[in-house]
Design a binder for this molecule. Structure first.
Ligand code: DAH
Length: 342
């Protein structure tokens, strides 16, 4: 039987030898041999711990603590050396081909709707239009009444409009911005108002509950329908190219008189007839007209002095034609596989 002093000596002896051997191990295999030699089932530390039972109850706790410290020391030294050796193996074994082209990261960009909206805005800006904005949450007055919608107009129905309260709703078009601008300014005003609109509609490939419009209007003395035709033609030719023709069809809107719906010759088939234009050769792209005297009266403009035109176009519609997209819902799903194509 060994004495406590001898036990302590052999603890120090083992520590010295083992740390040296761990340092000297040059590969993972020999390092594992060192581990087995000291910490394995028949290893020196294991038998040291087993020998503890021969000591008195007074000596045992101190010697036990010493042995456990030694064990901890060696385990730490082993794992540190193991990591060093693993890194070395990785460096030697890995083949790095520096002739390969680099892998670029994804670059963020604007949503296709934002891109088309910016392009449309830019074209009108270039023709002297200022930019104005109105709120998404509107009152019944600006969205309907001031725009000459009669009280029983179907658009005022809950079926078509999202109401927040009796008098508060999500705007169904950007036309209310006309009224907000007219209230604050005297003619001449030449403005476009881009923005988001909302409609309580059944969702399908052609219509969604929210979408974007650009409203345009020009009020001055002597503004005519010919000015409207000129500005819209210039816009269409700038956006789709000079080969496209325009057609003004008589229509009705409560806030314009006369009113027109504007078609362009189909940008897909050139007017011959295809699936996109439903064999008609024409595509409807916007609504327009001369601002109704009732709208002028509501904002205090004298209809005997001033005249003006207005138009409203849908951004999704234009984006769908420009990029040949057949389902409006794609713009709102934010699937990166779709968005990365623009
Ligand atoms: N506000 C109409 C809509 O959302 C579009 C429109 C038609 C706007 C004719 C106009 C206009 O300014 O003159 O359906």
């Amino acid at each position: 039987m060994t004495s406590a002093t001898e036990f302590k000596k052999s603890v120090e002896q083992i520590r010295k030898e083992a740390l040296q051997e761990i340092k000297g191990a040059n590969e993972l295999g020999s390092l594992d041999q060192v581990r087995i030699k000291y910490l394995g089932r028949k290893g020196s530390i294991t038998s040291l711990l087993k020998g503890l039972k021969d000591f008195s109850e007074k000596e045992r706790p101190v010697l036990g603590q010493l042995s456990n410290q030694l064990k901890g020391n060696l385990e730490l030294a082993l794992s540190t050396r193991m990591k060093e050796l693993e890194v070395a193996v990785g460096q030697e074994g890995e083949f790095f081909d520096y002739t390969l082209p680099g892998r670029g990261g994804w670059q963020g960009k604007h949503h296709p709707i934002t891109q088309v909206n910016d392009r449309v805005t830019e074209i009108f800006y270039g023709m002297g239009f200022e930019i104005a904005r109105g709120p998404d949450v509107e009152t019944d007055y600006y969205n309907f009444s001031a725009l000459n919608f009669p009280p029983d107009h179907p658009a005022r129905d809950m079926q078509d409009t999202f109401y927040i309260k009796d008098d508060l709703l999500l705007r169904t078009h950007t036309s209310p911005v006309q009224v907000r601008v007219f209230e604050k300014r005297k003619p001449p005003v030449k403005i476009i108002a881009p923005g988001r609109c909302y409609r309580n509609e059944a969702i399908n490939a052609r219509s969604f509950c929210t979408f974007h419009q650009v409203e345009g209007f020009y009020v001055d003395t002597d503004v005519t329908f010919a000015d409207l035709k000129g500005v819209l033609s210039a816009f269409v030719w700038e956006l789709f190219g000079k080969d496209v023709s325009l057609r003004f069809r008589a229509s009705f809107f409560p806030f314009t008189e006369p009113s027109a719906e504007v078609d362009i010759s189909c940008v897909i088939c050139g007017g011959k007839g295809c699936g996109v234009c439903k064999q008609k050769g024409w595509l409807e792209i916007l609504g327009a007209g001369m601002i109704d005297p009732e709208v002028f009266k509501a904002v205090g403009y004298d209809p005997e002095v001033y005249s003006g035109y207005a138009f409203g176009l849908g951004i999704e519609r234009i984006a769908m034609l420009k990029y040949r997209i057949d389902d409006i819902r794609l713009f709102f799903e934010n699937d990166l596989r779709f968005l990365r194509q623009f």
